[in-house]
Design a protein around this ligand. Sequence first.
Ligand code: HEM
Length: 499
Amino acid sequence: MPSGDTEPLMKASGNLAPATSQDMPSAICTVHAAFWLTVVAGIAVAIVDIVVMKTIWAMIVALCAPLIFVVIFGILVLLPPRCGCIGFSGSLQISLIQHPDYVFTRLTMPIFNFMQGMELCDNAFCQRARASVGKNYVYAGMVSISEWQIVKKTLTSGQARTTYLGAQPLANTPKVDRSVFLLELQNLDKDDNHDGFRDCFYHYMFREGFQERVDSANSKKLWEQLAEDYKTMPHGVGDLFFTENDKGLRGFLIKYFFYVMLDIDANDPEVMKTLVKLMGGDTAIALAYLWPFAGHNQSAIKAVDDLIFGSSVMGKFKEGEEKFKKMTKLELTRLSTCIFRLAAVTGTLQLAKTITGGLSMPPFEDMDKIDVAAEWDKLDLGDDSALENFILEVGRLFPPVSSVHHIATEPFSVTIQGKTVDFPTGTKILVPTNLAMTDKEVWGVDAFKFNPNRPGLQENSMVFANVGPLGSRVCPGMRIAMDTCMGVLSVLGKIRRGS
Ligand code: HEM
């Protein structure tokens, strides 16, 4: 656990208080004690069975008692949210978070992290959770705090981290002899590797040759192919233009990003085949990086690593640079493979789909009734600022990355459903940017309406882990993602208007 710096939330004066006590509440009257009671009772029954009754069945049932207890508790946590009882599920998890090292927590928590973490990736679910429980709630083993000031303070402060993408536990993240996965690295102290590694990534992806490749004849051809695919492929919600791997929108993004950032020519069918094995579909990402499936796509990861390692951009890599925390070529290669899959292609594809009507908006407060394609048809395609606002407004209501996370470096307390609850150092805190970006106290009563001209949109957008121009770990791909989405709106918009 990182030390030295103060938990950023503590600095957000008037919002989060320190824990009311240095010790967490006793576990005597909690589920932990009940679990051990079933263990003790099971052993007692087994002994009686061996000594007196001599029937093997009573012993088996008795020894299974702790397991049955775990299963029943799991059902009680996982089932009620399906009937809308999100608060009940959360209240059962509080004691687990307060006592993270207890056996019962270790047995149950990974399942809750994974299963409920998936639900927290669903924007409409998070909105329903806030509507029913309030701005702070416990879910997926995390404390979700959506107060605007706290989210803003967190995004602009250093953070301790773990191996999560928002609420989703990851595994198999890139490393050589040390971890290089930016999202799991803390940025609390000046000696931390995070900022140096991020600068290194930025330097090699976006400096030498990048702009020339963006303006090149090869890029122009890729844009022309995208336009051609839009004309020839069906492009309604869920249609081929949005779902194919090697053509349509995803095919374009794979080819374009690998070309402009890494100078890899994916027009070569063999290269594209290699890239699609990792960058295509949704299963590949789960088998590569999502816990508990991760690690089953190693050959695809290795093949993309080899392509990136051999690229001309990596050919210019200089080893041992102090300003980049001595990041090595192999480390940057492995980081890039993972970032291209988890962030670059996946994030930009979702945003590009949403702004072009390929994905419905979340079904909450009538957001799903917003006809994004019809709004797009009204846009002035020659006005860059209008295009940018359009993308940010769609992203505000339906952000591709719905939240980020950090780890409490001190005990803290938070009010959940009217009660002050203490949580220990090490608690995973969810930072739900999706909820902050639809907070009616900040955005007004029309927070769920589509209005690209709304005041404060650019200054307060959190789509890229930023707060407008500010942020301590803002997405380094923000500019290329925005420019590419603006290009998509403009190029495909012209086709829609028959020009
Ligand atoms: C619409 C597309 C995108 C969206 C919405 C997006 C959003 C985000 C968000 C919210 C984070 C913070 C995640 C966290 O801290 O847990 C992030 C981090 C990151 N993104 Fe993006 N991203 C997009 C595209 C890209 C692209 C195209 C690239 C690559 C060129 C990229 C590279 C990264 C990297 C390297 C980080 C880690 C930054 C750090 O930890 O300091 N992203 N992105």
